[in-house]
Design a protein around this ligand. Structure first.
Ligand SMILES: Cc1cc2nc3c(=O)[nH]c(=O)nc-3n(C[C@H](O)[C@H](O)[C@H](O)COP(=O)(O)O)c2cc1C
Length: 323
């Protein structure tokens, strides 16, 4: 039997950072992932931004009551004015490190020149980075793609990034216009790694321990790997990577079962009515446990009440335990 969150604190090789995923890696998930699954060195919130002159209260509430002790707020902006507002809001909550989103590929954001859309706007990047210089109390990292429409965008920005006060760069080697199509451009990542003077973190398409090992072997000087969808599919991947004795399949399913049960209870407490809670719980099953029987996953996704949901999750876990 595994104690909560002891799987992963034993030794560390390459640290794993949990990528921000809007709609998934909010407070309840982060706190419970850390408590039950562990192994993640840093969590990042989904992005906060300025709307009508202020930061949404709901987004700020999400940063409160963090029990991971390793949360970095992510900020999305293309200008110094809004960055000041965002920094003031997060420092007020006690955060002194932030991550800048230069990689969001949602067309609605990118078309406004934000997220991956900022990568073709060196003046906007310069404005944001110079604002950081005025805040030596803040430690900032950048999460970026190779560009919106060409990897040349990232290489053109490198001198600016190298000369900035940014502490780390996380690079997802795809273009914004590709969204998630095509494979990661490892050759461009390698070139970027050679020319980048900041500690670098790899992000993109890591699904299992072999993928982490392959990336680590190819880029031994990485500061960390950041994983998103791979962690939604296998929340125990970081524990499996960092532990000397990876969890058995039985232990893994038992931890997952408790993690999912607690998540359902907390969502029920947080949201009014089954429908709202289910709308926050069911999307995880677009990713979770892809090895499970399709029929059982479908039942979870179609559940109309929390009782039905819980029963279907129990049956799915049991079917994996018996297989
Ligand atoms: C549903 C979803 C929501 C995301 N939300 C964010 C976000 O808020 N901020 C961000 O920087 N990236 C966001 N991303 C991108 C991920 O952080 C990550 O860079 C991307 O999924 C590639 O990593 P992966 O292959 O390990 O998933 C999101 C991705 C998905 C699929």
């Amino acid at each position: 039997m595994i104690m909560e969150n002891t799987l992963a604190e034993q030794h560390s090789s390459l640290p794993i950072w949990h990528a921000p995923l809007q709609g998934f890696t909010e407070q309840i998930y982060r706190n419970l992932h850390h408590r039950f699954c562990g192994g993640v060195d840093r969590y990042f919130s989904p992005f906060l931004r300025v709307e009508r002159g202020e930061v949404r209260r709901r987004d700020l509430r999400d940063l409160q009551n963090d029990s991971t002790g390793r949360l970095t707020p992510q900020l999305l902006t293309d200008n110094a004015h809004d960055l000041e507002i965002l920094l003031q809001a997060v420092t007020h909550l006690g955060y002194h490190d932030v991550n800048l989103n230069f990689g969001c590929s949602f067309p609605l954001i990118a078309r406004k020149g934000k997220g991956a859309g900022i990568l073709s706007r060196p003046d906007a990047v310069r404005d944001v980075l110079s604002c950081l210089r005025d805040h030596p109390e803040i430690s900032a990292s950048v999460k970026m793609r190779l560009g919106w429409s060409s990897p040349q965008e990232a290489f053109s920005l490198l001198p600016l990034l190298n000369d900035s006060s940014v502490c780390e760069i996380i690079l997802h080697p795809r273009l914004g216009c590709e969204q998630y199509k095509n494979t990661c451009d490892i050759a461009s990542f390698a070139r970027f790694a050679e020319e980048c003077k900041k500690p670098l973190v790899y992000n993109g398409d890591i699904r299992n321990v072999e993928d982490i090992r392959r990336i680590h072997d190819r880029f031994p000087r990485l500061r960390a790997v950041m994983i998103g969808r791979g962690l939604l599919s296998d929340p125990l991947l970081p524990a499996t990577w960092t532990s000397d004795t990876p969890p058995s399949e039985a232990d893994r399913l038992s931890v997952l079962s408790r993690f999912l049960r607690e998540m359902a209870s907390q969502m029920q407490e947080r949201y009014e009515g089954d429908r709202q809670a289910l709308s926050h719980l069911q999307p995880y099953w677009d990713y979770l446990l892809p090895e499970a029987e399709k029929r059982l996953r479908k039942r979870i996704l179609k559940a109309r009440s929390l009782a039905d949901y819980r029963q279907s999750v129990t049956e799915l876990i049991q079917s994996l335990q018996n297989s």
